[in-house]
Design a protein around this ligand. Structure first.
Ligand code: NAD
Length: 557
């Protein structure tokens, strides 16, 4: 599903190798990462600059894209490029330690922070939806969310199924950029999954990239296959084409209850994300264009039906959780008063990790050589020999994950871990063990850089869910600590009006200056996660703060 465009779309691939055309490796890295986000092997809909997450874009339009690339190539090492919702607006003299790029995407004054205002501005060519890593140029394909999705399902397994999903069936929906990680993550956690997806091209993409094992021709067939695998204790993933608002209620009617139920359609965006139920001869794009109000109403009705079915399956014994797409709120707006009777995935399974500043840390080899990522995998296995989750993840990923675009890796690391990993990568660039610099970044699905009351900050201990001073402090701190580019976004994950978040990216180019910046930025950034949760009163975060030496004046630490 993409917005129409009249501009001609080039096929974009990032340059590879140790030779740069920009005046510094940070500028070269920003350019390659922007281009990598739009690589057809990486982006969901590259022709319209849509990277993932509904209409999450990397640049406002193709003209803006070309201008950004040209500007990064001429940008000096003491200048900073400003990007306003995907458009390059100014180059200013700053200094060597300043970020080379500052990005602000989709931000609106709170009173106007809604899709209606955004859509008007978007149509007028004044804004772009940046999602999380699309507009901040650090998307690495579906792998980017795989370990996080695995952490979530493994958390569910620990909490509800004795540590493994073996012998369980998960039903979910959405095989898009992020949702496409679900089948493989459930499989990694030992379970069987059925994933409902409306768009056959998305099903094919997940089959091609080995995130999905097989497709069933109907829901009944998918259930029969899943039951067979469950009985045999086999971990396997099954896709089925259809609308979740249609098929999930059918599970209720059929009186069949899965062990786990969740969803990762793009419910955060009722106009461009979640598809209403359509008659066979109806075209979604035409309905949206010709009858926008009817489209929106039917999308909301569908989400309400979907959530009612999830609630009923929960009543019948399924473990239900929301997967960070704001489906519950949309259903509540459509009249499902008890939509929040099932929890979000962060309070249910992830918060302990956030208390340690632990979250998705990612890096990309600018050489384009997969061997560089293999070398970093081995280096991390040696650096963290006692982290069992990391050991098993990195071994699995090295063996099984197909790269998309520039070779990249993700793993979950926390406070006082990320800086060590980054300095090691920098040394490896300096001494030639790696063939070109490494770009290091993270998701905005993060411990200390997000305010998102229906996701990352849902049900905070002190009730501070909606306080968005924290992502602003994180944005400022990244700039003060030597980040290569920093971004501040609104509306990622859960949609406009519901979240504010900041992103950090930094380049390890093998220099001493980079080593100092990496040390500070990648200590302070995950540190914000510990600080945020210590301030909210979480014992685990308070312990981590004490043990790892944070200085928190209001807490006497
Ligand atoms: P995407 O837009 O790339 O994919 C969404 C998919 O859902 C598409 O393939 C679409 O065809 C399908 N779909 C839409 N309506 C449907 C329906 N009614 N029935 C069946 N399929 C339907 O988005 P994505 O990048 O996969 O992200 C999905 C959602 O998850 C977004 O709301 C995003 O904000 C959120 N998200 C969650 C996390 C997380 O970790 N939990 C992280 C990032 C994004």
């Amino acid at each position: 599903m993409t917005q129409p465009t009249t501009e001609s779309a080039p096929v974009v691939r990032a340059p590879r190798g140790p030779h740069k055309t920009a005046k510094g490796w940070v500028q070269e890295a920003a350019k390659r990462m922007l281009m990598n986000n739009l690589d057809p092997d990486v982006a969901e809909h590259p022709d319209t600059l849509v990277v993932y997450g509904g209409r999450g874009k990397a640049a406002r339009n193709w003209e803006a894209f070309h201008r950004i690339v040209e500007t990064l190539d001429r940008l000096e090492n003491d200048e900073t490029l400003l990007i306003q919702s995907g458009k390059p607006v100014a180059v200013l003299k700053t200094h060597e330690w300043a970020p080379r790029v500052l990005l602000a995407n989709s931000n609106l004054v709170p009173h106007w922070a809604n899709w209606e205002t955004f859509d008007k501005l978007d149509r007028a060519g004044l804004m772009m939806y940046g999602q999380m890593t699309a507009g901040s140029w650090i998307y690495i394909g579906t792998q980017g969310i795989l370990q996080g999705t695995y952490e979530t399902f493994a958390g569910a397994a620990r909490k509800h199924f004795g540590g493994s999903l073996k012998g369980t069936i998960t039903v979910t929906a959405g095989l898009g950029g992020m949702g496409g990680a679900q089948p493989l993550a459930v499989k990694l956690a030992g379970g069987v999954s059925i994933t409902i997806e409306i768009d056959p091209t998305r099903i094919q993409k997940r089959l091609d990239t080995r995130y999905l094992d097989e497709v069933a021709p109907s829901l009944e067939d998918a259930i029969a296959r899943a039951e067979g695998y469950k009985a045999g204790g086999v971990a396997r993933s099954i896709g089925v084409q259809g609308n979740a608002a249609d098929l999930v209620p059918q599970l209720v009617t059929m009186n069949w209850t899965p062990d786990l139920i969740t969803d990762q359609t793009s419910a955060h965006d009722p106009m461009w994300g979640y598809l209403p139920i359509l008659a066979p001869d109806e075209d979604a794009d035409k309905l949206r264009t010709d009858h926008a109000d009817e489209y929106r109403r039917r999308a909301y009705d569908a989400m309400a039906a979907h959530v009612r079915a999830i609630l009923e399956l929960q009543k019948r014994g399924a473990v239900a959780f929301d997967y960070g797409n704001n489906l519950r709120h949309r259903a509540q707006e459509a009249g499902v008063e008890n939509a929040f009777d099932y929890p979000g995935f962060v309070p249910a399974f992830i918060r302990d990790s956030f208390c340690e500043g632990r979250g998705p840390f990612r890096w990309v080899a600018l050489s384009g050589d997969p061997e560089d990522i293999r070398a970093t995998d081995r280096a991390l296995l040696d650096l963290f020999p006692n982290d069992e989750r990391l050991q098993s993840w990195l071994r699995y990923a090295a063996d099984q994950i197909a790269f998309q675009g520039l070779p990249a890796r993700i793993c979950w690391l926390g406070y006082k871990e990320r800086d060590r990993a980054a300095r090691l990568f920098n040394e490896m660039v300096a001494d030639g063990r790696l063939k070109a610099p490494i770009v290091i970044g993270r998701d905005h699905l993060d411990a200390g850089s997000v305010a998102s009351p229906y996701r990352e900050t849902e049900a905070m201990l002190d009730g501070s869910d909606a306080v968005s001073d924290w992502p602003l402090l994180n944005f400022g701190l990244g700039i003060a600590s030597g980040a290569s580019w920093m971004s501040f976004h609104h509306g990622g994950g859960v949609g406009l009006g519901f979240s504010q978040h900041s992103g950090l990216v930094i380049v390890a180019d093998g220099t001493e200056e980079a080593a100092q910046k990496l040390s500070r930025a990648l200590t302070n950034d995950p540190g914000m996660g510990v600080i945020r949760h210590a301030d909210a009163g979480y014992d685990h975060a308070l312990d981590v703060a004490r043990e790892r030496g944070l200085d928190l004046p209001s807490l006497g630490i």
